[in-house]
Every structure is written in C-alpha cells, then in structure tokens.
Design a protein around this ligand. Structure first.
Ligand code: GLU
Length: 595
C-alpha cells in the first residue's frame, strides 16, 4: 500500500484533531513553505530531478549538475563537496559518511560505507588513562579521536560505480564556490562562535575561520582558497592524493603532533594515525538493511551504522502494534524507539569485529516479542534492557532496567533524484560541530573526531560491541533511508543529529505514514526523541500533555535534527523538502517546475 499524499482538507482535519487531543502534531499550515534565511526555499515541487540540502549553494551546485545531464550520484557528490565549503563544521573531506543509492535501471539499492577507521595501533583502552576514561571534551579536541577520512574514497567509489561524471567535473562547482566565496549567514557565525575557544587554540584553524580572533561578519564573503587547491589536487590526481603522498603525510603529522599554540590552555592529546592507515583505507559496498513496513520496502544503512537496524527494528515494532489514535501512535513511537535503542546499544558495532545478529534484529518474530512489552496505558520504566534476538520468539519476554546511551549534534544530510528515477540519500559528518577543531595547515579542511563515537569503556557488562579496536569503525547512527513502493521510489530522507538521527528519521516516517501529514509538515513538526533514557528529549513546540499522562517524562532540547528528503508523488512529480527553520532552514529545488 502506498500512502497517498494527504489533501489540504485532510491535513487540516488531522491537525485539528491532534490539537484537540493535545499531542505534538504540527498542522501543515503552521509551517507553510516559505523562503528560509538567506533566500533559501525549503520546499519545491516539480520534475526532471531534485536536490535537498541544508544549504542554498550546495543545492544550486547539485541542481546545475542535474540540469547539465548529470545523474543523482553526480549531483550528490557535487553537493556534498560544496557542503564541505559552506558547511565546513558539519562535513568535509576530513570526515566520513554513508551513501545509499537506488539504481532505477536495475531496481536495486546499494550502499557505500564511508565510515572512518581507527588506526591499526588503537586498542580497546585507547581512551582510558590511569584506569579512568579521559574527559569527553578532551577526546573531542585531540589527535586521538581522528579516524581515517572516508569521504574522499566514498565520492570516488560512488562516481566510479554509478556516476556519469569523473571526480574532476564533479568537484568543479564546489571548487568554484571555495575560490569565489559564499555569503556568511547567521548559522555559520553561530557555529564559528561555538568553536571559538577551540579554533583559537590552533593557528591553522584560526587563520582559516576567524577574523582577528572573531567569527566573520554576517553578510561578508568567505573564501577558502586552500580548500579550492586541495579539491584541485584531488581533481587532478584522484583521491589517492589524500590517502598517500604529501597530503597524507600532512594529515598524519597534524594528528600525531597537533599544531596547538603554546599559549593555549587546552590539553590536546596526539593521535595514533600512521601513513599505512590512510593507504589501506577502503569504502566497501554493503548490502542495505531492508524491512517491509505496511507494504513499503524500507532500505537503510547496515552496520557499522546502527541507522538501518534501529529504524528498521522500531518500524517492525510499530507494525506489530495497534497504533490507535495520535496519542497512542506517539506513545508507541517513543516506546519502540527505546526498545530498539536498547538492542542497538547491546548488539550493533563494526561487523568486521562483532557478530551483529542483524537478521534477527530485523525479524518480525523479534519485533513481536519487543512490541509485546509496550503497555498502551503506561510508559515502560527506562532505560529498558536489551532483548534476545535469538530466533526463539514464542513468549512475550519480560524486561529489566538497562543502561543509557550517549548522543552528538553535528553532521549533514542531502537527498538527490534525477530524471531517470535514480535516488541518493547521503549523510556525512566530521562528528562534532567543527570536528576535532584542527584544520590541516594550508589545506582548508577540518579533521574529524569520529573515534569519539566508540564507547570509551564497557557499557554492556563485558560484551560492548562498540569499544575501540585496530582498524575498527565506530558505530554510527547515520540513517540515510530510501523507501520503495511496488518497486518504485516513494521517499528518501535522512538527518544529522548524532543518535537523534535515528528517531528523527523514524518520527518523520511516523508523521508521514501514520499521522496524515504531508512531507513538509512531517519534517517541520516539533520533535521528541526517546533513546532509552529516563526522560524523553523534546523540542519546546512538542505538546507533551497527553504523553505525560501515560508516564513519559520530558526534558527540553531546543532543536533536534535538520532533515532533508524527496517524495515521489502519485502524479509523477517530485516533492523536495528541507527544514523551514532548524539550523537556519535548508534549501530544496527541482530541475523544472512543469513537465
Ligand atoms: N558521528 C555521529 C554518527 O555517526 C554523527 C554526528 C552527529 O550527527 O552529531 O552517528
């Protein structure tokens, strides 16, 4: 069954009903499509291909590629490279990500694992000193947290496998933006301000991002000639120029001997990265995760991301439940999220190191056993314990109290589609906002701190699947998702937001598929995230009253996620959607408004 796009009156009806019973559903009319900050347009409908990113320049570069005959993969790489210029604190060639691709010609969904790897010298106690874990903030701004960047290899792999452009042409638009500059907006200033102390500690970072020790002014033009030259190098020599040779040596030097100013009070631990780690980096193709949800085929990212398995398990739990009215639907959304997070924390890690029971985690039998725990009248005590995805699902299991997980707050997601029906959902990151805070001197990009996604010490009673290891990929929450209906694309989406990525994707799907919202309203609606913690985090606009009556407790989170997506409408048009407000609003565009 393909849920059709709700009509205006239906949306209004659902919204009115939701308001009447006091739950957190935003009426579509509360978030009308409007130009975002900096002239961004968050919603576009039309034909011939579409691009949705957080940034107007990136969307424009991706759209230009489509207009000139490039495909969705070309556009995704071009837009991602542009985000490396205009959103340098969330993504870039110093980081990693996960690329999900629907190939219209074959009807297949493929994924690329561009996750960073730990150095070969990294042991399970790498983040422990004198028997105690080092402070998280210290690990963030360090060489120790830097994994081998996966993004350049991901771009090369995507273009080689499915692109029509070579890297040189795919990087052209982004290089142009880097060289000619872009106009600084408030979000860029806010994100620089959040990094002021860290950037000030490194000459390379302050030279690039600060102007006399302060963020650049809103409205000023920001150029990154160093990055333009780095992109030129990759265009000429291919991405091997980052994994071997002089640039690789510079990355290793920056990690092993971080260029911190002597006057800085920061303790900046050196890292373990060596040239061999870079030279041996691979971005493998992996089979996607797949669950069926109300007749739709939902494809996601397999481990080392927990995105596909956790969104998939939660959807299976929802499908096995009687969702009832809006309050019950949201109650089940929160409970299914908590249960799926308990299982994620216990079972999901890098499959090269951990035997992840993926098939069982995504089985209907396991979902039924987990769904059975949900009481329609009362929220479960949190955190809940993990279940047993062991193939034996006869009984309704009982639950005990488990342990809480952690979360982050950076990253970016983009979605593209082309005239041939190919689709890309691509989430990429440098982990924290501003990565590890260290620009590779003279190269124009920040390094990641992705290895802080490992657990520093055992959280699972001796069986933690996400401790550091040599060459290991830290578990991710990135959840680029593509949904097919009757074998044709229906919806593609994703979000940043650390572990809230999973619940953001899930909540948008619940809004869209269960609560009668169209995609712009589903993206705009106030969010709540339950990741197996005592309290649910919720945006201020999320109406809690009816859920509190069921025993859910809430704490504020000012902003959760920054999604983008594309829906394929019944009339053959594309609906491209970005955030209207969060993170300053995103940018959606279509190749043509009419056929
Ligand atoms: N490093 C995080 C992950 O892979 C994403 C970072 C974020 O969105 O804050 O799950």
């Amino acid at each position: 069954m393909r849920p059709s796009r709700p009509t205006g009156p239906l949306v209004a009806l659902v919204a009115a009903a939701a308001l009447a019973i006091g739950v957190g559903v935003a009426p579509a009319s509360a978030h009308p499509p409007h130009p975002g900050h900096g002239g961004k347009v968050p919603v576009a409908t039309g034909y011939g291909g579409a691009v949705a990113t957080v940034d107007a320049d990136a969307t424009k570069v991706g759209l230009d590629v489509l207009r000139r005959g490039g495909n969705a993969v070309d556009a995704a790489v071009a837009a991602a490279a542009t985000l490396g210029v205009t959103e340098p604190f969330s993504s870039g060639i110093g980081g990693g990500g996960f690329f999900v691709y629907y190939d219209a010609a074959s009807g297949q969904v493929h994924t690329i694992d561009g996750r960073e790897t730990a150095p070969a010298a990294m042991r399970s106690d790498a983040f422990v000193e004198n028997g105690v874990p080092i402070p998280f903030a210290d690990a963030v701004t360090s060489g120790l947290s830097v994994g081998v960047p996966g993004t350049p290899r991901t771009w090369a792999t995507a273009l080689e496998q499915w692109g029509s452009l070579d890297l040189r042409r795919a990087l052209r638009g982004a290089t142009d933006v880097a060289r000619r500059g872009f106009v600084v907006d408030q979000t860029f200033v806010d994100q620089t301000t959040a990094n002021l102390a860290r950037f000030s500690a490194f000459r390379s970072s302050s030279d690039l991002f600060l102007r006399r020790g302060a963020p650049p002014a809103v409205g000023s033009v920001f150029r990154n000639r160093d990055l333009a030259e780095t992109y030129d190098l990759l265009a000429r020599k291919g991405v091997d120029a980052l994994y071997t040779g002089r640039l690789a040596e510079e990355i290793v030097r920056t990690v092993q001997d971080p260029p911190v100013r002597r006057s800085s009070p920061l303790v900046v631990r050196p890292g373990l990265l060596q040239l061999g780690d870079l030279a041996s980096y691979q971005s493998p193709l992996r089979p996607p995760t797949l669950v069926s949800y109300r007749g739709l085929d939902v494809y996601g990212m397999a481990p080392p991301s927990s995105g596909g398995s956790t969104v998939g398990e939660a959807l299976n739990i929802l499908e096995a439940s009687d969702l009832g009215d809006t309050t019950q639907t949201l109650h089940h959304y929160l409970e299914a999220s908590a249960l799926a997070f308990a299982d994620r924390n216990r079972y999901v890690g890098d499959p090269a190191f951990v035997d992840v029971p993926l098939e069982e985690l995504l089985s209907d039998g396991f979902a039924a056993e987990r769904a059975c725990l949900i009481d329609p009248t009362t929220a479960l005590p949190k955190p809940v314990a993990p279940g047993a995805p062991d193939g034996d699902y006869a009984a309704c299991e009982t639950t005990a109290v488990g342990t809480e997980g952690t979360d982050g707050q950076s990253t970016t997601h983009l979605t593209t589609a082309d005239r041939w029906g190919n689709v890309v959902a691509y989430t990429l990151t440098i982990e924290s906002l501003g990565g590890n805070g260290i620009v590779v001197p003279g190269r124009g990009f920040l390094l990641n701190n992705e290895l802080t996604d490992f657990n520093f010490t055992d959280t699972q009673g001796g069986v933690d699947p996400n401790l550091p290891g040599p060459g290991k990929r830290p578990r991710s929450s990135m959840a680029p998702t593509i949904i097919l209906s009757d074998g044709a694309p229906f919806l593609a989406l994703g979000s940043p937001g650390g572990s809230t990525i999973i619940t953001t994707v899930l909540q948008i799907l619940v809004n869209r598929l269960e609560l009668g919202m169209d995609l712009p309203a589903a993206v705009a609606a106030p969010r709540a995230t339950q990741r197996n913690t005592v309290a649910v985090q919720a945006e201020p606009g999320f109406d809690r009253t009816a859920l509190q009556a069921l025993g859910h407790t809430f704490v504020d989170n000012p902003e959760i996620g920054a999604a983008t997506g594309i829906e394929f409408l019944d009339d053959g048009s594309l609906l491209a959607v970005a955030e209207p407000v969060r993170r300053g609003g995103g940018s959606a565009a279509v190749v043509a408004r009419g056929r």
